[in-house]
Design a protein around this ligand. Structure first.
Ligand SMILES: *Cc1c(COP(=O)(O)O)cnc(C)c1O
Length: 350
């Protein structure tokens, strides 16, 4: 088993730097009786005239309850995008280090890798079951490999990565393993967050953009060891989660049963949609999905995509992704939207 030591992977400049100390960091005890003349804010109350809590304590305390996870091991970002960018900036030395990701997968990892001048190495999934090829991944690891990205359930393929595969990667690799669980609420397998206490090199990311239905507020969540979260807290922009986002997140997450009910409705609709798709003549394959979308193989993806847009239905053409020739990705919508999709697809058959 490889040994993981955060001191071996943190960038030297990040290790040495001192965090910006904001007014709200220096004086935390927000108390109604106090007069705050420390942050050059406007004193006239409009509900948003004060800087937001830089550590988002109220949001995290609800997440701690909902997820049964320590609040001081949670980091919030302006979408998963910011959280992922912070990981690159904390641990990958530009023009020196590299990361490995499964392919096909979420496009943002390679964008962030390019932006941070970090080499991006792709490891193709096995074609038959879209599971990672572990030997191929490790053939690409060298002394400058800092992170391995596993998206599970994976976008755009929809499958969850088997627990044994993740476990083997986590055990063999002495860098960080990032498990992107944007779609975990739709999956049949549990999240990896409860394993973090056993595997300090695991970082799990989730988001409020999918199952929770708050893509518009931009809130990404990272779960990791206290050590990793402390490093990321040091380098994050001080007020990265705005007050409106914090308030809306608290409101929606406080009624978690409602979120779970909506998620179950989408899972139910996915089954209905999968069934209906089997009856569309040009659909050649429906891949199993643990997410809120379905990847299908059709006779001619470019043509079918254009035809559907013409009928006012926009899905995602994944024809140019590795292993996805003639594949389309369909997000599960409402019963009505899904019905309309199927109706239009059947009209195209003739
Ligand atoms: C949609 C999605 C996200 C969410 O990103 P946000 O910036 O939080 O909206 C993250 N990872 C994957 C794989 C996704 O498909």
């Amino acid at each position: 088993m490889a040994t993981f030591n955060i001191n071996n992977i943190i960038r030297p400049n990040v290790k040495a730097m001192k965090a910006y100390s904001s007014a709200r960091d220096e004086f935390k005890d927000i108390n109604d009786g106090f007069v705050f003349l420390d942050a050059n804010e406007n004193p006239f109350n409009n509900g948003l005239n004060r800087y937001p809590d830089p550590l988002q304590r109220n949001v995290k305390s609800i997440l701690r309850e909902n997820k049964n996870f320590p609040a001081n091991q949670i980091l919030l970002g302006n979408g998963s995008d910011e959280v992922l960018d912070l990981i690159f900036r904390a641990f990958c030395e530009p023009n020196q280090d590299n990361v490995i990701a499964i392919s096909p997968s979420y496009g943002m990892y390679s964008v962030l890798s390019n932006l941070n001048a970090v080499e991006y190495r792709k490891s193709l999934l096995n074609e038959d079951d879209f599971q990672p090829n572990i030997e191929d991944i490790f053939s690409k690891v060298d002394e400058n490999t800092k992170m391995i990205f596993l998206c599970s359930p994976n976008n755009p393929t929809g499958e969850i990565i088997k627990r044994d595969s993740i476990l083997e990667i986590v055990n063999r690799f002495n860098g960080l393993v990032i498990i992107d669980e944007a779609y975990i609420d739709f999956a049949t397998e549990p999240s990896w967050i409860q394993e973090i206490k056993n595997y300090p090199n695991v970082i799990v990311t989730q988001t409020l953009s999918k199952a929770v239905g708050l893509a518009g507020i931009r809130l990404g969540i990272l779960y990791a060891s206290q050590e990793i979260v402390a490093v990321l807290n040091k380098i994050k922009p001080p007020y990265n989660i705005n007050q409106l986002t914090q308030l809306k997140a608290i409101e929606i997450l406080s009624d978690y049963d409602k979120v779970v009910t909506a998620t179950n409705t989408i899972i139910q609709q996915k089954k209905v949609l999968e069934n209906a798709l089997t009856e569309v003549s040009f659909v050649e394959k429906i891949y199993p999905s643990d997410a809120n979308f379905i990847l299908i193989k059709v006779d001619n993806a470019n043509e079918r995509y254009d035809q559907l847009v013409e009928k006012g239905i926009v899905i995602r053409n994944r024809n140019n992704d590795n292993l996805c020739k003639n594949c389309l990705r369909i997000t599960v919508g409402t019963e009505e939207e899904n019905g309309k999709l199927i109706e239009m697809m059947k009209k195209l058959e003739a």
